[in-house]
Ligand binder design. Structure first.
Ligand code: GRG
Length: 287
């Protein structure tokens, strides 16, 4: 068992309050469907990464909060799409039936688009033009062909195919690493970070994101659905870090990536200890 670090709770609570403020309040099916996945129990790792990165660069939680929530909203959108029958066809997410199982496929797709739209709207409304434009561009890159969409497409095409380790790594650096990178970078940008601070945080987040995915693969094999909230062995038809390197090899790789991530924090000294705690959590997480 690897509990989320103690300090997480306060950040998660701030994120949850802001998400409730941002999500459309109506009781129509699509609003319900958006709120169903967005407000379901989650670790909120990406928005917490945004908030910690902002604070590390001298910014505040309040200023970074809308950007943090935009990251979580995009993540929730991607989970709905990922679970669809035409994608990973997963029955369970965040401890509940997947969105399309509860609302049907058509509403689930609309909810995913609704969430994406909500994320960009939040950035446009909550920040002034130079920063708003820079955050919107950051998010668009993370979602696009060099990010989630490209990674997911390559992942789907690789199902039941022989792929190399390099291909596998490139899939997940886009599918998972890109949003981690955007999350840290967004926080740093809301704080007016320097280019060297941005470079350090980006290196940290990219490696942490890949480690996070490797542990996700491990949990698919050894995890407890009561903790992960997801079906296990859902990736049996796919090449994963575990099918490539074995359980011990994948665990070692995740640990090494977390160490590489931590090295990028060296210039920040002890002020980055909360990010180090986040990486220790990722390396040992069971949920
Ligand atoms: C247009 C947004 C968009 C996406 C289209 C479907 C898709 C492309 C990409 C899928 C990306 C994806 C779901 C990657 C898996 C990342 C991952 C490890 C998810 C689990 O995240 P956790 O453990 O979940 O942080 P919680 O529930 O705690 O938030």
């Amino acid at each position: 068992m690897s509990p989320v670090p103690q300090f997480f709770a306060e950040y998660q609570a701030r994120v949850d309050v802001e998400l409730r403020r941002l999500v459309p309040a109506g009781d129509g099916r699509v609003e319900q469907s958006m709120a169903y996945t967005l407000l379901a129990p989650s670790k909120r790792v990406r928005p917490v990464l945004t908030l910690l990165s902002a604070e590390l660069c001298g910014g505040t939680v309040s200023r970074a909060l809308p950007a943090a929530c935009a990251m979580e909203i995009v993540h929730a959108s991607s989970l709905i799409l990922d679970d669809l029958p035409s994608m990973d066809d997963s029955p369970l997410r965040r401890g509940r039936p997947a969105n399309h199982r509860e609302f049907g496929e058509a509403i689930a797709i609309l909810a995913a688009f609704g969430l994406l739209n909500l994320a960009f709207g939040a950035i446009a409304r909550e920040y002034q033009p130079p920063l708003a434009a820079s955050l919107a561009g950051l998010l668009s890159t993370a979602i696009g062909v060099e990010g989630l969409i490209g990674g997911q497409s390559a992942d789907l095409l690789a199902t039941e195919q022989q792929i190399t380790f390099e291909m596998l790594e490139r899939i997940h650096r886009r599918k998972t690493g890109a949003l981690f990178n955007a999350s840290a970078t967004a926080g740093a940008r809301t704080a007016g970070a320097s280019s060297s601070q941005l470079a350090g945080l980006s290196a940290f987040a990219k490696n942490l994101g890949l480690a996070f995915q490797i542990v996700d693969d491990l949990l698919d094999v050894e995890g407890d659905p009561a903790e992960t909230g997801k079906a296990i062995r859902a990736d049996a038809r796919k090449t994963t870090f575990v099918s490539f390197s074995g359980v011990a090899g994948a665990r070692q790789l995740a640990m090494e990536l977390c160490q590489t991530a931590d090295r990028a924090l060296a210039p920040f000294g002890r002020r980055a200890d909360r990010l180090r705690a986040l990486s220790a959590f990722v390396a040992g997480r069971s949920l």
